[in-house]
Ligand binder design. Structure first.
Ligand SMILES: C[S@@+](CC[C@H](N)C(=O)[O-])C[C@H]1O[C@@H](n2cnc3c(N)ncnc32)[C@H](O)[C@@H]1O
Length: 315
């Protein structure tokens, strides 16, 4: 026999031994694996939140939906949202924030824009199930950077954006659109990612740029706090009304801990599959840029709000 034939026989032999071993192991332990039992007993979640959450002392470490809902409420609070106002939200994803605002604030009207068709459809279905799909409650598929400019000028009391504005191409055009859609003294509130005031090292700068390129977030959206203030003022918001709170410590450590514990409990690929491996890898990136485990902080997570200047009172 020639050497390729020996090699092929060798591979077959190794495969046969491995299959036999795995068969013996299965015979020894019976067919029942805990991972299978976990899969059979899983229930589909009632929510589809997709932000990093606001983790208070009272949030259970494994309760991602509560943390995510809390971040949404913090944005509403920052906007001083009251019942029966006209709400415009961008980046509503699969609709959890829209449902929360509808239930907790009963807005006079709600119009939302999100970019992904699948999420838009799911959100619309959920709104029908929740009996919220009424005339004044509109979930649209659209682009936050483009479509707010098509709303009637001055038609909204608040514009809200939970964990999405850094994606917009560009955030400046989103702010212009929000300013156009807001009534005089209307408010905007959002969470956003900012870069530190101190200069980033060349390597950090390079890695962050690469990361945001992959995340389809334009680099020009990443600003320091003072540049961000100027950005809001340029769009027409009142400089004195701007509030910016660094909530990094309320967001990232809780999120990273949740991911670590979930990974330990159920992260085996046999249970959670390849999407989890992707999320798990992304969490390593979050640990790097957030400094959540004692490292250097390369980004900051901010809660931001501002009011549209009342031009009628200008001298
Ligand atoms: C991190 S998720 C946050 C989702 C939701 N706000 C939440 O709290 O669960 C970001 C969302 O922004 C949406 N998005 C990204 N770019 C957008 C754009 N230009 N216009 C509207 N939505 C956008 C994404 O599709 C995604 O649903």
């Amino acid at each position: 026999m020639n050497s390729p034939t020996y090699a092929a026989l060798g591979v077959l032999l190794v495969a046969a031994v491995c299959s036999l071993r795995s068969l013996r192991r299965r015979q020894r332990t019976e067919l029942y694996d805990d991972a299978d039992a976990v899969l059979l007993n899983l229930r589909l979640p009632q929510s589809r939140w997709f932000n990093m959450g606001y983790w208070t002392a009272g949030t259970a470490a494994d309760d991602f939906p509560s943390a995510a809902a809390e971040l949404c409420r913090r944005v509403a609070q920052a906007a001083r949202l009251k019942a029966h106002e006209r709400v415009c939200e961008v980046g509503y994803g699969s609709g959890d924030s829209a449902l929360l605002f509808a239930r907790e604030f009963e807005p006079r009207s709600y119009v939302g824009y999100t970019s992904l068709a699948g999420q838009h459809q799911l959100a619309a279905r959920r709104a029908v199930e929740a009996k919220l799909a009424t005339e004044g409650f509109e979930l649209r598929r659209g682009d936050a950077a483009r479509d707010l400019a098509t709303l009637p000028a001055g038609s909204q009391d608040v514009v809200l954006a939970v964990d999405c504005a850094y994606h917009f191409n560009t955030r400046a055009s989103f702010l212009d659109g929000a300013h156009h859609a807001l009534a005089p003294l209307g408010r905007i509130a959002l969470t956003d990612l900012l870069i530190p005031v101190s200069d980033l090292s060349f390597v950090d700068h390079f890695l962050l740029r690469a990361l945001f390129h992959l995340a389809k977030a334009p680099w020009q959206n990443f600003l320091t706090t003072s540049a961000y203030r100027d950005h809001l003022v340029q769009a027409g918001f009142d400089r004195d009304s701007i509030e910016m709170q660094d909530i990094s410590d309320d967001v990232w450590p809780g999120f990273c801990r949740f991911m670590r514990e979930r990974d330990q409990q159920a992260g085996r690929s046999t249970i959670l599959g390849s999407a989890w491996r992707g999320l798990s890898m992304y969490t390593k990136v979050v640990v790097w840029y957030s400094g959540a485990r004692g490292g250097k902080r390369r980004l900051h997570f901010y809660l931001i709000s501002a009011r549209k200047a009342d031009l009628s009172t200008r001298g």
